[in-house]
Design a protein around this ligand. Structure first.
Ligand code: GLY
Length: 371
């Protein structure tokens, strides 16, 4: 049994997101319904070792001519050099526009393979097969693809929607506990943005998902994808409502950057959790959100083992408030230098606050423990 959700918007072909168990072994039939041409699976070395054989066997049974192309695991692969290498391989394989790319992996693989597919021959089809919780609930849906540059993350990219997303809950069983928790932060974020009952389920009965309970994970992924696809369908290019999905990200990105994007210190999901906690507390500071709502939001994040205070992060006390605000103002979501934040009037009631006062925010971050 699986659940199929459809993502549709005015600017792209509708596509299905399938969420369920045992889906990798059925991938070949799904891919064969999209192409009878050749298939290139792009994966990283770790994921390819774990799941490559199942995927390749399934594509083989479906009679598809397939190659696998691996990249080194880790954010460093989201680079111009790796993008060039991937595109060069696709050219060497003489892929044409009837052929298809399969992105098998987490956010790094999805972002890089998606961008390569967007650029190759001005765009070929690709499907996302996300193998991390974070990729299943966030990066694989919505068509954002990108690489990093030394000046910042995700600064070069394209909107290129996949033709299909296959989210197999079983693959989450191979994730390290910390990585699963980090993905859970994006799940909790969806509740905080626009679905209070979902958040209360995640913080209560569904909390076992954060430690790997497959039934809770499946329900959490389905609801997250529903939320994300509705928002993406309304606002693919982030002209409005899609920005709400960045709750916790402007604070979080600035912290990640100040800590040198060192995943051993702070993972992306942990940064998002801490960022959400800060966004709620700052909303209360601005009299936009009741203290009781802040307490519930923060308690739900903390109960999942996610950081909610700067003091929980190694080196957090050394982060300078002014440096954080400079980064936040330089965030690509900032418009014309105006500092924009996603804040909340309560759980499930996120809103976009433009023209944030940098001085007041700097002072506030000192109360959060920045120097
Ligand atoms: N990760 C936020 C978005 O896709 O819009």
């Amino acid at each position: 049994m699986s659940t199929i959700l459809t993502v549709s918007g005015s600017g792209f072909l509708p596509y299905e997101v399938e969420v369920g168990r045992g889906l990798l072994a059925e991938l070949g039939a799904q891919v064969a319904s999209l192409t009878r041409g050749r298939v290139v699976v792009i994966s990283d070395e770790t994921v390819a070792a774990l799941h490559g054989p199942t995927v390749l066997a399934s594509l083989d049974v479906a009679g598809l001519r397939t190659r696998i192309l691996t990249i080194p695991p880790g954010e460093a692969s989201k680079s111009f050099a790796e993008l060039e290498r991937v595109i060069d391989r696709l050219l060497a394989y003489e892929l044409d526009r009837k052929d298809l790319v399969v992105a098998l992996g987490g956010g790094v693989v999805g972002d890089l393979a998606g961008l390569a597919a967007a650029l190759y021959m001005r765009g070929i089809d690709f499907i996302q097969v996300p193998t991390t919780l974070l990729a299943q609930v966030d990066s694989s849906v919505g068509g954002k693809t990108a690489i990093d540059t030394p000046r910042g993350k995700n600064l070069v990219g394209a909107f290129h929607q996949p033709r299909r997303v296959t989210a197999d809950i079983d693959v989450l069983a191979t994730l390290p506990a910390r990585q699963l928790r980090s993905g859970w932060a994006e799940v909790l974020k969806h509740g905080l943005v626009c679905d209070a009952p979902f958040f209360s389920w995640l913080a209560g009965e569904g909390a076992s998902g954060a430690t790997g309970d497959p039934a809770a994970l499946e329900r959490a992924v389905i609801r997250s994808v529903e939320i994300k696809s509705t928002i993406v369908g309304e606002d693919e290019r982030e002209a409005g409502r899609r920005a709400l999905l960045n709750l916790g990200h402007t604070f979080g990105h600035a912290l990640e950057a100040e800590l040198g994007f060192d995943e051993t210190v702070l993972t992306h999901g942990e940064a998002v959790a801490l960022g959400c906690a800060m966004a709620f507390r700052y909303s209360a500071e601005l009299n936009q959100c009741a203290a009781a709502e802040v307490d519930l939001a923060v308690a739900g994040l903390a109960a999942a083992g996610l950081p909610v205070r700067l003091s929980e992060i190694a080196g957090g006390e050394k982060v300078a408030a002014e440096a954080l605000v400079r980064r936040m103002a330089g965030d690509k979501k900032a418009e014309g230098g105006r500092l924009t934040l996603i804040l909340a009037r309560g759980i499930g009631q996120a809103f976009v606050e433009r023209d944030v006062d940098a001085g007041r925010l700097t002072e506030y971050l000192r109360t959060e423990g920045a120097r």
